[in-house]
Each structure stands twice: as C-alpha cells, then as structure tokens.
Design a protein. Structure first.
Length: 46
C-alpha cells in the first residue's frame, strides 16, 4: 500500500520464511534459488 500511495511499483522476489534461523548454507541455497527471478526482474526494468 505504501509503494502504491507513493506511485512506486517495486520489483519483488519472495523467499521462504523464516529467515532468521537459517544457516549460512541454507541462505546461500535460498539466494541461488531466487537468482533467476532477481535477474529477470532487473532485465525487465531496462
């Protein structure tokens, strides 16, 4: 709602939660799984 009220449409990529109790390796795996979606979002903006 905040971004809409400001006229901003951010790209979003969601990852599984919870985050805070993940090991470093689990966080790396989440990042690896999200990478393609992140790159797609960045390329869509250009």
């Amino acid at each position: 709602m905040q971004s809409r009220s400001l006229g901003f449409d951010p790209a979003m990529v969601f990852v599984a939660h919870p985050i805070q109790d993940r090991t470093d390796e689990e966080l790396r795996q989440l990042a690896d799984q999200a990478l393609e979606s992140i790159l797609d979002a960045l390329q869509a903006g250009s």
